[in-house]
Ligand binder design. Structure first.
Ligand code: A3P
Length: 290
């Protein structure tokens, strides 16, 4: 069951998925035409898993901790999504620097030219119960998404994959097939919460950047929740209200791990665990939330 809302923006149907803010042409570009460069760095996530946080992290690592770029340029121009409308034009404009690119695409729709390239993917996953909570709240403010009548209704759609970008389970499973390959780094939202400095160092090593301790201090400060929340170039307040209405709820909502405990009933949590076990039974990688 999906629920409509007044003045709802349209998602595009493409190869069994629904995608917001794009066209079939743009999706074809992301999947088939984009020519990956060997030093490209991809920020790949299922929505609500820490995409925006990683954009800020990559931007600040790129500038060795100088916050000017993050304060003057919207995040979607710094680390643009490859699959949203007009991404071809946006990406073409990146000529004089390394390209950092974001994507929510499931593995099978991601750019074909990535295979056999030396480009790098940082895949960030988050505890799926927290993803569900964050996605639920985000669906209330994002006009591309059906307005969820209740958390329980939303949870049913989350568990069955009946949402824009499809199933969390399939997304994570698809990308985790790359664990163990040199150009793939599996990261979690919880790693960023628990050990930001250590995780930043891991990311730097992975993408071949060396930052001194002072630069790392500056990255840490500028990617903190409270700084990002007030940064108009990071908090999506430049997006028109008719697309994202932040008058009631903010995109930068709580920024914590474990908020699911404030939303799930015991029965919902147990049912979720059962579905998780079934769907993630055959994955061969130990997940931190098992
Ligand atoms: P909540 O809704 O739980 O607060 P995405 O960028 O993939 O859409 O994910 C958005 C989620 O990441 C939101 O979670 C948001 O608050 C959180 N987030 C963004 N920046 C953060 C930061 N610097 N620290 C902690 N959480 C952050």
């Amino acid at each position: 069951r999906t629920f409509s809302r007044p003045n709802m923006a349209e998602c595009v149907e493409y190869r069994g998925y629904r995608f917001p803010a794009t066209t079939v042409k743009d999706l074809e570009f992301a999947g088939n035409e984009l020519q990956v460069l060997d030093d490209d760095v991809f920020n790949v996530t299922y929505p609500k898993s820490g995409t925006t946080w990683m954009i800020e992290i990559l931007s600040l690592i790129h500038t060795n901790g100088d916050p000017t770029w993050s304060k003057e340029t919207p995040n979607w121009s710094r680390v643009p999504w490859i699959e949203i409308q007009d991404s071809e034009e946006t990406i073409k404009k990146i000529q004089d620097r390394r390209r950092y690119l974001s994507s929510h695409l499931p593995r099978q729709l991601f750019c074909k030219s990535f295979t056999n390239s030396k480009a790098k993917v940082i895949y960030t996953a988050r505890h799926p119960k927290d993803v569900a909570v964050s996605f639920y709240h985000f669906s209330k403010i994002n006009k591309f998404f059906a307005y969820p009548e209740s958390f329980d209704d939303f949870l049913k759609n989350f568990l069955s994959g009946n949402l824009p970008y499809g199933s969390w389970f399939d997304h994570v499973k698809g990308w985790l097939e790359l664990v163990g390959t040199d150009n793939f780094l599996f990261n979690t939202y919880e790693d960023l919460q628990k050990d930001l400095r250590g995780t930043l160092k891991r990311i730097c090593a992975f993408i071949g950047k060396e930052l001194d301790e002072a630069a790392l201090d500056s990255v840490m400060e500028n990617v903190s929740f409270h700084i990002m929340k007030d940064n108009r170039m990071a908090n999506f307040s430049l997006v028109p209200e008719k697309i994202m209405d932040q008058t009631q709820n903010r995109f930068m909502r709580k920024g914590i791990a474990g908020d699911w405990k404030n939303h799930f009933t015991v029965a919902q949590s147990e049912y979720f665990d059962k579905v998780f076990k079934e769907k993630m039974a055959d994955i061969g990688v130990k997940l931190p939330w098992d």
